[in-house]
Design a protein around this ligand. Sequence first.
Ligand SMILES: [Fe+2]
Length: 290
Amino acid sequence: MAGMSDIAFFKADASDRLFAERISGAADERLAAVLCKVAEHAHAIIRETRPSLSDWRAAIEFLTEVGHLCDERRQEWVLVSDLLGTSTLVDALNSDRPEQATPNTMRGPFYRDDVPLMQQGGNISLDGIGSPVAITVSILDLDGSPIPGARLETWQANAQGFYENQQPDLQPEHNLRGHFVSGDDGKVSYFTIRPSGYEVPKDGPLGDLLQRLGAPLCRPAHIYFQVSADDYETLTTQIFDGDDPNLGTDPLFSVKPGLIGCFKPDATGRTVLRLDVEFHLNPLPPEPRS
Ligand SMILES: [Fe+2]
């Protein structure tokens, strides 16, 4: 029988260290180190906020409810990560780029990779509903030189804030999605309509909680782009409507300097707005010599 002196008893002021000792021999040192950090911060939060037993039960019920909402069509945990800003933080720490490079944002859940290639000058608004916009995207390197032959994919919500794959019975297939290749001048020009912002899903436990706390849930209007070219890092980003009143309170924390667009009246006087966008791609690091 072990003596009392051999037993490391639980102490509230050092509770996380006891857990850390139990996995100190793990073969996967990185996993053990990360889990120790999780325990350290979780125990510190509990010591600081001192939840009652019923507070703790409510927290467990909240996490359980989030899990129960997940299925093949809905991933509530991703929404939790997004709305807490942790998704954007992970993305930011994994896309450390030079200042001149266009910042990355998350790709979001509405991307499709099966959009047919279109000719420049085409219109991605297949139902023609909304305020027309002529967009020119310039795809450039960090020095401002054009990148010909780059692949540009774009997707956006309609004027009511819905993506085509959210409304398969109301919008034509591939509505407001485009796939283009840049010309010798690095440019892609096409027509679309001005998108609207939208609320993130608020019928789940986190949406409910954030509404009770008065947190903003309206995303400012935006257009997604994914740009890829040989020898450059693929860029996934969003351009936000600079006139949107929710620009400063994006619930997904994606608005960054350099990603705010300006819809201007078209110089020709037609009832078409113009949006000019510049993307600066970061070159891939040179291949290591073997
Ligand atoms: Fe979106």
